[in-house]
Design a binder for this molecule. Structure first.
Ligand code: ADP
Ligand code: ZN
Ligand code: ZN
Length: 725
């Protein structure tokens, strides 16, 4: 029987309300409650759900003043996850309640088994789709097309409105059913199913031996798998998961984004079948809850998912794999602003588990911090494709003549190419040719981007949209100039120059992804096409394994270098190296091995030159030197505090006071420095470069609390970000 007093953290978003609070457990609950249990508690005049974070014999509060919980909820989490949540709250200057909500079942305390509406293609729908003359509305045609291509879909994922669904069901074109049981979300495998697992290469075997030995010893160890693109890292992950399972333990495999990494996911589900739970944001809340419960109940022991899967409720965790560990999506941009890579480290430490982070372009932090296992060559023996840097200074056209020539050659040979331009939309900004007016966002100090197909100008920071102008509202001129080029325009121009039925042009960026199931459909279509072009933002450079891409092109490769961020070099290097990694895999019968062209205005930039030589080693050496000199991570820890207010001076004064309070030994304080206005809020920031991370986190937390509590700053809101990206 457990002690009589439960320390309960109420789940509330109010920052001021901080537990834990003591509750007296009645006899019947004492048998059922443990650390991690969820209770319904009376709180003032309300009822709240709370989590038990501790159990003690006595409370400083006299017994007669202690309330009792009303009841216990059936699902809770392990003490280990409660511990992890406490760490997240402290490490990222957040609250226990917010951190706990990360580890609890989705929709904690409020979830009932939910019924989800699922659409399937009916035979009548299939024949209507095949018959070009059948009378279908645009919406129906789109709906049937997607069901045909992707199989059954949740109603919410079909991309058409409810009316269209109902009318299609009434005509017998589709089936529309509610499903209540635990549904396994279906994952259509991308590419040919592989039969039995391949025989490992010598390098793969060496890496696996080291990881396997650590797993066997059951002690916490960390490794970096540094393998060039196409070196077979995924196979090493799979074997490591197998080893963990063989010793009776579970594994979590983190991927940057499920929709963009369908190949990894299908390889995992293919290998481990029903023991895999996939957690991702496209699941309905009911589905997510069910997958979560399968893990909690031990029905599944392997979990694949994006950053939030680091909190998956596995009992006996043996291994966490972080695929593409350099990817920025591992950082969460809401409170708590956790970094899944660091959380994974902590969790492995608590569980005595092995952490295996892998990448072709690892972060300098990981190179310094983790023992390295190397896969220096491609599995198919192909050399990495040669990369040419094309100097665009003084160029009149968007495409260098060599690029244009190379693309025509791919088309003539019926091959495939990928073109990366890390900017979506049609053009970056508009100006009036007569009076010089520039179109800016009303709430942010940035220019609006033209999206021609939608006929709108959009702010890429706050989401504001307005109709694209036909004339200038200031001087009435109709002469509006469009500057720069984004993926929408590039796609159109390439389609005009090269595209036809035999050579389709596909586009993948956040705009397309929002319409088409996050882009998985585009990737599948490109993979299935005989020939063609994939145009897009950095999404096209993720770890896709297309066998027959012979040309990769990066336009405006220095765009990422222009960001005022100490990671600009690292990003630029990774982007080029990753795109180069897509080209020249398994030489196709007709084509050459593959090559890469990089257009840039700064051909001498060291990140670009190193990427062109596939010299990850050389880049890291130089980058680490630079970071050491400037005292950037991994040679310090960064913490950023942003003060937001309606006017700039109010924000700046508050930030100034924070900076004042942070003059602590061993820390450099930068700022207060004004930032551009965002979502109608003026901002000012302070950045701390700390050598003692733990002390700095505490100091920042205290400084923010003190300044935020001062009435003079009541119009200011604050956000603290540890390891900002
Ligand atoms: P990476 O993740 O390092 O970019 P992948 O894991 O995608 O590389 O592997 C590239 C290709 O090589 C995949 O198609 C994979 O199935 C295949 N592969 C991996 N290991 C082996 C092996 N030992 N023998 C044969 N093929 C392999
Ligand atoms: Zn004008
Ligand atoms: Zn805006």
């Amino acid at each position: 029987m457990v002690p009589a007093i439960a320390q309960v953290e109420p789940l509330t978003t109010a920052r001021a309300l901080r537990g834990p609070f003591d509750y007296q457990l009645p006899e019947d609950l004492r048998e059922r409650v443990a650390v991690g249990s969820m209770l319904v508690i009376p709180f003032g005049r309300r009822e709240l759900v709370g989590v038990v974070v501790g159990l003690v014999e006595e409370s400083p509060v006299p017994p007669e003043r202690l309330a009792a919980p009303l009841r216990a909820l059936e699902a809770g989490v392990s003490a280990e996850l409660v511990d992890l949540a406490g760490w997240v709250a402290r490490e990222y200057c957040s609250t226990p309640a917010r951190a706990l909500s990360l580890v609890l079942p989705p929709g904690a305390g409020r979830t009932r088994p939910r019924l989800a509406l699922v659409a399937t293609l009916a035979p009548a729908g299939a024949s209507a789709l095949a018959e070009p003359r059948s009378r279908l509305s645009d919406g129906q045609r789109r709906l049937l097309g997607r069901l045909h291509a992707e199989g059954p879909l949740l109603a919410t994922a079909t991309g058409v409105d409810h009316g269209t669904l109902r009318r299609a069901a009434a005509r017998g074109l589709i089936g529309l059913d509610r499903h209540a049981q635990r549904r396994r979300p279906s994952h259509e495998p991308l590419g040919a199913l592989r039969g039995s697992p391949p025989t490992l290469s010598l390098d793969q075997r060496r890496a696996l031996e080291v990881v396997g030995e650590a797993l066997q010893r059951g002690a916490h160890r960390r490794f970096l798998l540094h393998g060039v693109t196409g070196s077979g890292k995924t196979e090493v992950y799979l074997r490591a998961v197998e080893r963990a399972r063989a010793s009776g333990r579970g594994a979590i495999l983190l991927v940057p984004e499920i929709a963009l990494t369908p190949q990894v996911v299908s390889r995992v589900t293919e290998r481990f079948g029903d023991t895999v739970a996939v957690l991702h944001s496209r699941l309905s809340s009911g589905e997510r809850h069910d997958e979560w419960m399968r893990l909690r109940a031990g029905e599944a022991s392997v979990c694949v998912g994006p950053r939030s899967a680091v909190f998956a409720p596995l009992e006996r965790l043996g291994l966490i794999v972080i695929d593409e560990e350099h990817d920025a999506s591992y950082k969460h941009e809401g409170d708590p602003r956790y970094d899944a890579r660091r959380v994974a480290e902590r969790r492995c430490q608590l569980a005595g588990a092995v952490l295996l982070a892998g990448s072709a372009t690892p972060r300098p932090e990981s190179i310094v911090g983790l023992p390295r296992l190397a896969l220096p060559t491609r599995i198919d023996g192909q050399v990495l494709p040669p990369v040419r840097i094309l100097d665009m200074r003084g160029a009149a056209r968007a495409l260098h003549p060599e690029t244009a020539q190379a693309l025509s050659t791919v088309r003539a040979q019926g091959g495939k190419a990928i073109v990366l331009l890390n900017r979506r939309g049609w053009s970056n900004f508009l100006t009036c040719r007569s009076c010089g007016r520039a179109w800016g966002c009303p709430s942010c100090d940035v220019t609006l981007v033209l999206h021609r197909a939608r006929g709108t100008l959009a702010c890429h920071h706050c989401g504001h949209r307005q109709p694209a102008p036909g004339r200038c509202p200031d001087c009435d001129s109709v002469s509006v100039a469009r500057h720069g080029m984004g993926t929408e325009r590039l796609e159109r121009e390439l389609a005009g120059a090269l595209g036809d039925d035999g050579f389709p042009i596909f586009r993948l960026d956040a705009d397309v992804a929002a319409r088409t199931g996050r882009g998985a459909g585009v990737l599948r279509a490109f993979e299935r096409a005989e020939a063609g072009l994939l145009v897009g933002t950095q999404m096209v450079a993720k770890g896709h394994d297309f066998p027959d891409v012979t040309l990769g092109v990066v336009l405006d490769a220095d765009a990422t270098l222009r960001f005022p961020d100490f990671r600009a070099e690292e990003r630029t290097f990774a982007l080029i190296a990753q795109l180069a990694g897509r080209a020249g895999r398994r030489r196709s019968a007709r084509g050459s091995a593959g090559r890469v062209l990089v257009q840039t205005l700064v051909p001498e930039a060291s990140s670009i030159r190193h990427a062109a030589r596939h010299d990850s080693e050389g880049f890291l050496v130089e980058e680490l030197e630079r970071r050491r000199a400037l005292r950037y991570p991994p040679f310090s820890d960064l913490i950023r505090v942003v003060c937001l207010a309606d006017d700039a001076q109010t924000a700046q004064i508050a930030a100034g006071e924070i900076a004042e309070r942070l003059r602590i030994p061993g820390a450099d304080v930068l700022g207060p420095a004004p930032l551009f206005r965002l979502r109608g809020r003026e901002r000012s920031q302070v950045v701390v470069k700390a050598s003692d991370r733990a002390a700095a986190v505490v100091a920042v937390g205290a400084a923010v609390e003190a300044v935020a509590g001062d009435r003079r700053h009541r119009l200011v809101s604050f956000s603290a970000d540890v390891d900002p990206v």
